[in-house]
Design a protein around this ligand. Structure first.
Ligand code: IMP
Length: 431
């Protein structure tokens, strides 16, 4: 049976949890493959609103095993807080969630350094979520990280912590003029979490393969989005992991032949949090309206998101990088507010027009969007429950995006609830 990858096609916050929600009924495992608690999924089931950062949204379905795979970085305190928050809802998170021993730990000095590095960058800061994500991945690459499995072997934990902290304390005190951190205090805190977290520890790549061999369907749920990818995003204004479809394979530990579907999630417009270039960004009252109507405030940090018109150059690029089999278009309803809609079809820079992602970052930074303008529609579309009942202008808009993205738009969402997802192409949920 196939595996499906769900990937953000923009700068994150596209509504990936909603796509997982749609497919979860026919799924055995939902696997989170990268990132950490920099992410935030809001999932609405009935009258309950769930805000999840680390735990895959599959937790909401009792038949699903949520997996936190090797490529994720884990702040154990945050993980426990989320588990404790879900426990009273009867979701039995301690019995169901499986965590790879290879996932790296976010340590207190990672959080501290994230803040200090940002401060030192001043105007050039990235606007990180300050959760310690970048420093934790940097330690992983430098081979001085501590992993989830280390929590369950005190001797190894202490050894690795001492080695890492030795260097970190030099950095904290000599470069940043901060107090050094105490190894005993950190060890006491982290090893204190171990007993409660032990039941979650699993060989998750093995679980994934058992599931595939038994003919069951799995979802690989990405966090953040293509343009925040460390290798393929708008570097350096990116996160420190690989949200793209390829990252699902390395992050979870399986090969490409198991993947049958790659679903790209994109809003009907664009948002971004943090700093970095954003060619179609709106700074006027249209943008303010988009932010307010779209409720564009971060789930993790509460920051106001930057907003702009749909950018087909970026969507085409995301399609190339990920190889989408389907697109799930979200938040179409937010555009009901506007008489005229704009879509960027290319960028203009020094007299040249680029239809594809430009070869140099400076072009992207100074790109002026070439817009196609189309009429908006009138009236509320949040109650529409058949795609064909959308106003003609709304369907024309979706057709235009599909033409420009070169990938089929299969689902269109017109509101946050599960029932507000319209099927545009009648394809089986599980291929
Ligand atoms: P970091 O991942 O905290 O290091 O932040 C790096 C960049 O990625 C910043 O611009 C963040 O705002 C952005 N970022 C990280 N996670 C998310 C997310 O889940 N949604 C949107 N932006 C994110």
């Amino acid at each position: 049976m196939p595996a499906t990858i769900i990937v953000g096609a923009q700068w994150g916050d596209e509504g990936k949890g909603k796509a997982t929600d749609l497919l979860a009924d026919s799924t055995d495992l939902v696997v989170r493959y990268q990132g950490g608690n920099n992410a935030g999924h809001t999932v609405i089931v009935g009258d309950d609103v769930f805000k999840l950062h680390l735990i895959p949204s599959g937790i909401l379905y009792p038949h699903v095993t949520p997996v936190i795979a090797d490529g994720v970085v884990i702040d154990p305190k945050v993980l426990l807080e989320e588990l404790d928050g879900l426990e009273p809802k009867g979701l039995e998170p301690f019995d169901r969630i499986k965590v790879s021993g290879n996932a790296h730990l976010i340590m207190p000095y990672h959080r501290e350094l994230d803040m200090l590095i940002e401060r030192r960058l001043g105007k050039a800061k990235l606007g990180t979520t300050k959760r310690g994500i970048g420093p934790a991945y940097a330690d992983k690459a430098s081979r001085v990280g501590l992993r989830f499995q280390d929590l369950f072997d005190e001797k190894i934990f202490r050894q690795k912590l001492d080695a890492a902290l030795d260097h970190k304390n030099e950095l904290l005190s000599k470069v940043y003029n901060r107090l050094p951190m105490d190894a005993d205090e950190i060890a006491e805190e982290y090893l204190g979490y171990a007993q409660r977290l032990a039941p979650l520890h699993a060989e998750t790549s093995g679980l994934i393969h058992e599931s595939l061999e038994a003919g069951r369907h799995i979802i690989m749920e990405g966090a953040q989005g293509t343009l925040l990818d460390l290798d393929h995003g708008t570097y350096p204004f990116v996160t420190s992991s690989n949200p793209v479809a390829g990252g699902a394979l390395t992050g979870a530990g399986l090969g490409p032949r198991h993947i049958d579907r790659v679903i790209g999630i994109t809003k009907a417009y664009v948002t971004r949090v943090g700093t970095g270039p954003f060619p179609t960004e709106l700074f006027d009252e249209v943008g303010d309206r988009m932010t307010d109507v779209g409720g564009e405030y971060g789930t993790t940090t509460g920051r106001r998101r930057r907003v702009g018109w749909f950018d087909a150059v970026l969507a085409r690029y995301a399609n190339r990088v990920n190889g989408f089999t389907d697109i799930f278009l979200t938040k179409l309803d937010v555009l009901s507010e506007f008489d005229t809609l704009k879509v960027a079809t290319g960028y203009r820079y020094e007299g040249e027009v680029y239809e594809h992602f430009p070869p140099h970052q400076s072009i992207f930074h100074h790109a002026e969007p070439v817009y196609e303008e189309v009429p908006g529609w009138t009236g509320d579309i949040t109650e529409v429950d058949d795609y064909d009942d959308l106003p003609r202008e709304a369907r024309d808009y979706v057709d235009l995006l599909e033409d420009l993205c070169n990938a089929p738009i299969t689902w269109v969402s017109v509101g946050p609830k599960r029932s507000q997802t319209l099927v545009r192409r009648d394809v089986p949920l599980v291929p």
